[in-house]
Design a protein around this ligand. Structure first.
Ligand code: ATP
Ligand code: MG
Length: 139
């Protein structure tokens, strides 16, 4: 089934000019980038986005990292897009990520792991709406 999922190319990756290389992996996996914008996330945006992790010990560090440099927010579309992108990203900790995944190829460590992808279709909808309107998305 054709789905949409939300992606972020994180500061560690934009700082190293990896936007194009990551997009090549995304497109190579058959996912279409149907919306994309480079932004500097505000502290409020990052706090809200990662609200589910507010009680975790790394929350402060996470918010700090996400606001430390520009990010690229994206909407990806394709067959089974949410699960497919999770697979293409690889494990949260790059040491555990499979060969060929974005995190295996590019991530520095668990905190600087280059990309975010929604973990459910419900969250994908919520996350897309935080950064894009319907008019921004051209499928
Ligand atoms: P994301 O939500 O960014 O796509 P994920 O779903 O693989 O990644 P989550 O468990 O949702 O992983 O954690 C959100 C983010 O918090 C991770 O991507 C990572 O950057 C950061 N994070 C997770 N665990 C740790 C940790 N132990 N130390 C530092 N940062 C962490
Ligand atoms: Mg997550």
């Amino acid at each position: 089934m054709t789905e949409r999922t939300f992606s972020i190319i994180k500061p560690d990756a934009t700082k190293r000019n990896l936007t194009g290389a990551i997009n090549a992996v995304i497109e190579g996996a058959g996912l279409r980038i149907v919306a994309q914008r480079r932004i500097r996330m505000t502290e409020d945006q990052a706090k809200k986005f990662y609200e589910v992790h507010a009680a975790r010990p790394f929350y402060g560090e996470l918010v700090e990292t996400m606001t430390s440099a520009p990010v690229v927010v994206q909407v990806l579309e394709g067959d089974n897009a949410m699960a497919k992108y999770r697979e293409v990203m690889g494990a949260t900790n790059p040491e555990q990520a499979a060969e060929g995944t974005i995190r295996k190829l590019f991530a520095l460590n668990v905190g600087e792991n280059s990309v975010h992808g929604s973990d459910s279709l419900e969250n994908a909808k919520i996350e897309i709406a935080q950064f894009f309107t319907d008019a921004d998305i051209v499928g």
